[in-house]
Design a protein around this ligand. Structure first.
Ligand SMILES: C[S@@+](CC[C@H](N)C(=O)[O-])C[C@H]1O[C@@H](n2cnc3c(N)ncnc32)[C@H](O)[C@@H]1O
Length: 186
């Protein structure tokens, strides 16, 4: 259920009916790879931050949101969670500022949703630019959402997979609308 945040009641925000399904996959990967930092691009209502933070002991959760108002709302929503950091900015730039100390769990979900609430950056989805930043770093676990919509934004699954493979020798798999990138087992 979407929280009511004082001062932001006018914002029309929707539930993601699949939040728990997606969240459980993220938690499975966090446990499997023993990951302690969660990084989300596209905060929106903060539902995924809330879901994973309530069920897993992440040391740090970073969530990056381009919309100033959504970021301010999330800031207020998580003001008492000392491990949650809401970053206002374009994910493709803000990701560069998060210091890497160990492998992270990334949830790449930044995109414009075609409404009056979400923000439109230079592109509908900055997924290629985000991957440019992340794949050059240590062996993270990355989940990209909304594969089913990508073709409408000019991003095609096969090219995306080839781009990822050209950057790093990783294991790719698909669950529902999500592309999962994991370090290859030795
Ligand atoms: C689908 S919603 C995110 C849902 C959220 N991750 C969840 O799981 O509950 C996409 C969000 O990405 C934001 N967004 C769009 N372009 C962005 C960008 N370049 N950087 C950061 N956020 C962006 C939109 O404003 C919107 O709030």
């Amino acid at each position: 259920m979407i929280d009511i945040v004082e001062g932001f009641e006018d914002m029309v925000i929707y539930d993601d009916a699949k939040c728990a399904f997606k969240g459980e996959l993220l938690l499975y990967l966090a446990k499997k790879h023993d990951l302690h930092t969660f990084v989300e691009t596209g905060t929106y209502a903060g539902e995924m931050v809330k879901y994973v933070n309530a069920r897993y002991n992440f040391d740090r959760i970073y969530s990056i949101e381009l919309s100033e108002r959504l970021a301010a709302r999330a800031d207020k929503l998580f003001q008492d969670a000392s491990n949650v950091f809401i970053i206002h900015g374009a994910s493709e730039e803000s990701l560069k500022g998060i210091r890497q100390t160990e492998p992270f769990l990334y949830w790449l979900d930044a995109h414009y949703c075609g409404d009056d609430v979400t923000a439109m950056g230079e592109k509908i989805t900055p997924v290629y630019e985000e991957l440019e930043v992340i794949l050059n770093e240590t062996d993270h676990v990355i989940v990209i959402d909304d594969l089913d919509n990508f073709h409408t934004w000019g991003v095609y699954g096969r090219q995306l997979a080839e781009f990822i493979k050209s950057k790093k020798d990783v294991e790719l798999s698909v669950v529902d609308t999500m592309l999962i990138i994991q370090p290859r087992k030795i």
